[in-house]
Design a protein around this ligand. Sequence first.
Ligand SMILES: Cc1ncc(COP(=O)(O)O)c(C=O)c1O
Length: 476
Amino acid sequence: VARTGVHRGSALTVTGDELRGACSGVAPLPARLEPWQVAVMSAQAALSSAIRSHGSPVNVLDPGPMERNVEELRSAVPHDLTLRVFFARKSNKALAFVDEARRLGLGVDVASDGELRQVMDRGLAPNRVIVTAAVKPRPFLERCAATGVTVALDNLDELRLAGDVAAAAGTTMPVAIRLALRPADGATPTRFGMDPPTIRDALDEPAITNGTLVPVGVHFHADGYRVADRVNGVDQALEAVAALRTRGHRPAFVDIGGGIPMAYLERDDWERFWDRHRREPVTFDRHPLGSVYPMWQSPTRGAWLREVLTSRLPCDGREVGRALADEHLALHCEPGRSLLDGCGMTVARVEFRKPHGDGGMVVGVAMNRTQCRSATDDCMLDPLLLPTGDGSAPPAPAEEGYLVGAYCIERELLTWRRMRFPRGVRPGDLIVFPNTAGYLMHILESASHQIPLARNLVHVDGTLHVDAIDDPDRPM
Ligand SMILES: Cc1ncc(COP(=O)(O)O)c(C=O)c1O
């Protein structure tokens, strides 16, 4: 295992504010930084050496903050309600997070056959795994049957196939019925799950009535982050629980899926940004940034879950938490993004600068857009610039410009937002995108142009070592 020393034994001399001083948006969006991130960034030479060894960019990961993040959720739940948290592994592929989830007593929510195999290889107990994959081909369901994990059933075809597979394997399969929530007024209906009439049909399917598929819970995942959607979701899930119980099944949980919100920066910065964006050009070609994650929102994580649990159900006015406990149902959830808050950053090398026709600079960085982007328009946190060398070079003039990546696409920008570099920017400097562990590193990453995917380096006790997901000997 290649290891790179970062800051073992060296006292921290640099602060987050000092690190942020070399680069910000012209309308700034400064990210919160974790102490481990400050420590790693204050050792620029070690990071440059990691990039020389592993290529640019590298993803630097530290699972440490997961514990704090999950404790926030746990502390929001009353003592008489059982909470089981399943880490949504699709949010980051590194196996260090699976290992940490296991250490913290969490379950894992898996989204593909490959994820399932890897999670089982890491020693997760089958009763700590829920399979919520959107598509589940037969070989995948065969692995589910062989391992005994719980499968969230999305539709009748899938249900019948799962029934066949379990029967052929001579086993029973624990399943959660995935509920399609009723759309709010005017909203587009979800494409996931089954509506109540379909659930009733599902319960009449032979594989359910003959006990091959054993309904152990009801599952839903609501798009967006609204408390009200989860409250309505639990309300509808309790109807499904009642339908199951009427037919003699014994569902033990309601799973509210993921989408637990978080905030990546301060409210004032977020609001000031949008105010500036409305009034003056702060993006390339005046890009509207029409679809972005709400980087500041409230409430988040623990406070949000507390609000869900203390809200009243439309059906009978009981508090959500009270109703679940009274019905002897555990609360399950599947957070990805909010568990990975503070757990990663993406580091790349500046390769060139040149003037751009709009009067600013183009700053070429050895990475591409897919290595720091989710399904939205922009990552919406200011990158940091770590100048190369020992600081003895004469100060360079302030510059403004855009960070661009390696794909041959005119509008391949790493961020649409115009950046300011008060002390200039040079080849060899490092650009750091903070807080990228949740989706930004991996959900879209591509090796187009035959540019290899980024290496994933885990920060442990002041050293960086390659995550097991990048082990060349690991079977795919
Ligand atoms: C079924 C399901 N569970 C969990 C998640 C994780 O959501 P998040 O990372 O926003 O918490 C998702 C995300 O799309 C999902 O579809």
